[in-house]
Design a binder for this molecule. Structure first.
Ligand SMILES: [Fe+2]
Length: 306
């Protein structure tokens, strides 16, 4: 027998009180959101006959998720971050704002304030014996014209699939740089080929994925923010060809138009000993229609710019 009370006038008014709608103090937008969460949670509890044990297991899960700092990982793994991209794409389609390099998820591991370099940069600190990688390309507008002075803000994992700051064994800003494009819109970076990675095996995100019968692996990839005055900020990633998880990414970040074709140059090319990976990738930016367009999202991040 399904018992439903959430639609009753008494419960509706109770939740309005809990969400602060019966007085003027506080934040009206947050009140609106909290009311909806309460109403929808109550409906879910009724519709799926959630038991008390299931409810308190969920509360405990949220505590453990926060304690491990994995909320950002879970929203990627459950596809909600990708859904935000799909929604932005649909809004763009409706307003005719199409073309250029596709957006894809930022993920939870960006750190602001990486060193700013002119035209080219070395991203790795030389301590990781990974395969050297030369990453280069141009930032262009939708007409194919180069954008000089664009900022290519790039970050990626090391050969163990770990990011500086989140992995305290790495040096400050290792595998993180901002590169300003030259007069021809070019950027060039020397680094090492990143590895893919998985969710922490003992963490709450992987625990949830296990219950869903899913893995928590990502293909090797390189993250970017691309920005330039007069152009729309782009958050994207290059996912590397040949990776077994390229189209089986637990975070759903791989998209058409974002595959990086890695080729290998012979020993001694570019003055570097050993096998060298080469990756060429051009970015195409839309025009900005407002100054807000030029800015990345204001979401809280690990470190602020300095
Ligand atoms: Fe990543």
């Amino acid at each position: 027998m399904t018992v439903r009370i959430s639609h009753s006038a008494e419960v509706r008014s109770f939740f309005e009180h809990a969400a602060g709608l019966t007085h003027d103090q506080g934040n009206p937008r947050l009140k609106q959101i909290v009311l909806r969460i309460l109403q929808d949670s109550a409906k879910l509890i009724e519709d799926l006959a959630i038991s008390d044990d299931e409810f308190w297991t969920a509360v405990d899960y949220l505590n453990r998720l926060g304690a491990r700092g994995e909320a950002g990982l879970l929203v990627a793994g459950l596809g909600i971050e990708h859904f935000l991209d799909l929604l932005s794409d649909a809004r763009d389609q409706l307003t005719g704002r199409t073309g250029g390099t596709p957006r894809t998820i930022e993920g939870p591991l960006y750190v602001a304030g990486a060193p700013l370099c002119e035209g080219e940069a070395r991203l790795d600190d030389g301590l990781d014996p990974g395969t050297p990688m030369l990453l280069q390309g141009k930032v262009l507008d939708l007409d194919g014209q180069p954008i000089a002075g664009a900022i290519v803000d790039v970050w990626h994992a090391n050969t163990r699939g770990l990011y500086s700051y989140f992995d305290p064994s790495q040096s400050e800003y290792n595998l993180r740089r901002r590169i300003r494009t030259d007069a021809q819109g070019r950027y060039r970076a020397r680094s090492i080929v990143p590895s893919g990675y998985g969710c922490p095996a003992d963490g709450p995100t992987q625990q949830c994925l296990d219950q869903l019968g899913r893995h928590g692996q990502r293909p090797a990839h390189i993250h970017f923010f691309i920005s330039a005055p007069g152009h729309r900020h782009l958050t994207t990633q290059i996912n590397l060809s040949g990776d077994q998880y390229l189209w089986d990414d637990f975070a759903y970040a791989t998209r058409d138009g974002l595959i990086g074709e890695v080729t290998f140059a012979e020993d001694g090319a570019h003055g570097i000993a050993g096998r060298i990976a080469e990756l060429n990738f051009d970015f195409r930016l839309q025009q900005a229609t407002s100054s807000d367009d030029e800015q990345r999202s204001l979401r809280p991040r690990a470190l602020q710019d300095h």
